[in-house]
Design a protein around this ligand. Structure first.
Ligand code: IVH
Length: 669
């Protein structure tokens, strides 16, 4: 995105985010999920990082949300109550770490350690103590001015009304300001929502909403009935405490409730480990958390890093995977199912949803696109239906820039050009050509087969499902698949999705003969592919070859030459090849002409125990040997593996030298 595009996008994002923030914080209403709003804020934040001079003063990143309600006394915070910037992945986290590292000296960098806390889904509060007595409790409000909710906070049992001085290491100042979080337990959340529903009232969307609603009651008795809880996480008053960890110890000693699960981490690896461990116990906790807070432990360094906008540089919220995110629709493709039905599929800018990256989402049918009001280029909220299948939840038309394109369902089949038909009873368009999709499928099977790309774990069954769901249109799409795209396939566990993505990635590098063979050109088998690779040396040269150029290659007659030439002249093939070349690295091994196997012709029969047949062939070729499929007098060696068949008999008859696996291995060693 160039600067003027970024400026445009930033302006639009600010408008949309501010609208939803107002709904949420002032009107207590929600039109889009927290996760979707977070996702938009993250995009804005990233753009502002990229173009710092485009940070507008009304940007949501520059202020803390929540205007004080009219009904409570206003309280000015001695020190601004800040918020935190979010990171959603290890990459984001590294970026934050890099950013702050640049602002530190070598020595400071070397002693950088962290204190990690559970990020409670509640409401930030400030507590002021005078002579160890609680004198004031307040909400964050807009960060500078909050609401006085002292009477309500006094009903929260875990907040000390008077703290005990048991620690003599520090002198406790007369006025002590402590910050923390009030929250409601998962059980409390459920119970209150049950009551809401019984009363015919809308249920609260999340525990934070209830906590917020409960402490802002004008009648403290209502607050008391909600059984709120609290954790303290910071001492604002300067009393010479050196580290954030010490502040927590101090809070605990003073009688505040601190979170026992919080942990000191001395390296990024330990932070990641803690994040993962917390993710695992998250379900078992009796309160909601939405991530961890990572704070630079050394207070001097933390203070030195200062504040940018609404957040300190020295801390981040490392959030858990969100179940919704916003992204862009790059394209809408149409896929033809095995029954001929056409399904539109959205190609997305890859995005993480529930911890997994997705790049495709089914749109079901034409009517669904109309219902969503979706255009190509739109920013959308995507989710995973039933936590599995990626789907487009909502379009955000406010973010359009005029370049979006209307999607038009094709009138003829994009695969075989047959005129499409729409039945009266369904919302589906169909291609009636029985051969259409079957052909495509076969090309796919061939592409991943052993002698071609040899992609492990990708058999016909999975290919069928990938095609049926519209996740892939041609074999080059395989390399774009993300884990989350595949998990949607029924009975496809996340683990196997991950494995498959990995085994596809492993095959990005391919030898030229295999690559040529994989293209599925008519009359070009594995041997012809080897001849072509040897002769031309690169796919580009082969692509440019004229019909006459094939005449000089032994083993290639006019029919084969014709079909090769035709294939490379077809515009669909050219497009496919160009796409494919973006994803793969094609290598052409030098032929070793001086090798001991040069000029020797091998025939393989039966199974080898120590290696796959294709690998054996590759080794022979790499050493200058040739492979033949049938035994003749010119054959030099017949390699006989287990259960060798008629080729072995023929070799014996012709007096061709037969070697076993052991001898073969020595030969190619
Ligand atoms: S430390 C500079 N620790 O998350 C703010 N915050 O977006 C330092 N929160 O407003 C806050 N649990 O209300 C901290 N263990 C924790 C927290 C926590 C929840 C909230 C807090 C803050 C928001 C940051």
């Amino acid at each position: 995105m160039n600067k003027s595009e970024a400026k445009n996008r930033i302006e639009k994002l600010i408008k949309v985010i501010n609208y939803h923030r107002y709904l949420y914080h002032v009107q207590d209403r929600q039109e889009i999920s927290d996760a979707a709003l977070d996702s938009l804020k993250k995009e804005l934040f990233d753009l502002e990082q990229q173009y710092p001079d485009l940070v507008a003063s009304d940007s949501p990143t520059q202020r803390v949300g929540g205007e004080p309600l009219k009904d409570f006394k206003k309280v000015r915070h001695a020190k601004r109550m800040l918020s935190l910037n979010d990171v959603f992945s290890k990459e984001d986290f590294y970026r934050w770490h890099e950013r702050i590292s640049k602002l530190l000296t070598e020595q400071e960098r070397s002693q950088l350690d962290f204190y990690c806390e559970l990020k409670i889904d509640g409401l930030a509060i400030e507590l002021e103590y005078n002579n160890s007595m609680l004198v004031q409790g307040s909400t964050r409000g807009d960060g500078s001015i909050g609401e006085d909710i002292t009477q309500n906070l006094k009903t929260v049992e875990s907040i000390p009304l008077k703290f005990e001085i048991r620690n003599y290491k520090f002198e406790i100042p007369r006025t002590l300001v402590v910050r923390g979080e009030v929250f409601i337990s998962k059980k409390g959340f459920e119970e209150i929502n049950k009551i809401q529903i019984k009363k015919g009232l809308p249920p609260y969307a999340n525990p934070r909403n209830i906590a917020a609603g409960s402490v802002r009651q004008l009648d403290p008795k209502i607050t008391a009935s909600r059984h709120l809880d609290s954790f303290a996480y910071d001492i604002v008053t300067d009393m010479g405490i050196k580290t954030h960890q010490q502040a927590h110890t101090m809070l605990k000693e003073l009688g505040f409730k601190t979170n026992e699960k919080n942990q000191y981490c001395k390296s990024i690896e330990e932070v990641f480990h803690f994040y993962e461990q917390v993710g695992k116990i998250r379900e078992k906790l009796n309160y909601e958390i939405d991530g961890i807070v990572v704070i630079i432990n050394n207070n001097t360094i933390y203070e030195k890093l200062g504040v940018v906008g609404k957040a300190p540089r020295g801390a981040v919220a490392f959030k858990f995977a969100q179940s919704q995110a916003t992204t862009k629709i790059v394209d809408i493709k149409v896929q033809i199912g095995r029954t001929g039905a056409l399904t539109p599929v959205a190609v997305l800018q890859p995005v993480q949803v529930s911890g997994i990256t997705i790049s495709r989402a089914t749109l079901h049918n034409e009517d669904e696109i109309k219902r969503l009001g979706l255009k190509i280029g739109d920013t959308v909220i995507v989710g995973r239906a039933g936590d599995v299948i990626p789907n487009v939840v909502k379009v955000l038309p406010e973010l359009r820039n005029g370049e979006e394109k209307e999607f038009v369902m094709p009138k003829i089949c994009p695969s075989c050009n047959t005129k499409l038909e729409k039945s009266d009873t369904e919302a589906l368009w169909r291609c009636s050509n029985k051969n259409c999709f079957a052909r495509k499928r076969r090309a796919f099977y061939h592409f991943v087969s052993r002698a071609a790309f040899n992609i492990e774990g990708l058999g016909p069954k999975i290919i069928d499902r990938l095609l049926d769901e519209g996740l892939v249109q041609d074999p080059s799409d395989l390399f774009e698949l993300k884990e989350g795209d595949m998990v949607q396939l029924e009975r496809f566990a996340e683990k196997s999705a991950g494995n498959l993505v990995q085994s596809i990635a492993q095959k990005r590098e391919i030898l030229l003969p295999r690559f040529i063979y994989a293209l599925g050109i008519r009359n070009v088998g594995a041997e012809t592919a080897v001849d072509l690779a040897n002769h031309f040396g690169s796919i580009e040269k082969l692509q440019r070859a004229a019909r006459e150029d094939f005449q000089h290659i032994s083993n290639i007659g006019p029919i084969v030459a014709n079909s090769i030439h035709e294939w490379f002249g077809d515009k669909h093939s050219v497009k496919f090849l160009e796409k494919l070349k973006k994803h793969v690295i094609i290598k052409n091994p030098e032929r070793k002409t001086t090798s001991k196997l040069s000029g020797k012709i091998f025939v393989l029969t039966g199974g080898l125990e120590s290696m796959e047949r294709e690998l054996a062939k590759e080794r022979i070729r790499a050493l200058g040997g040739e492979i033949s499929e049938s035994v003749s007098k010119t054959t030099d060696f017949v390699v006989a593996g287990k259960e060798a068949g008629s080729k072995l008999d023929k070799a014996k008859k012709l007096g061709v030298r037969v070697i076993g696996e052991e001898e073969f291995l020595k030969l190619i060693a």
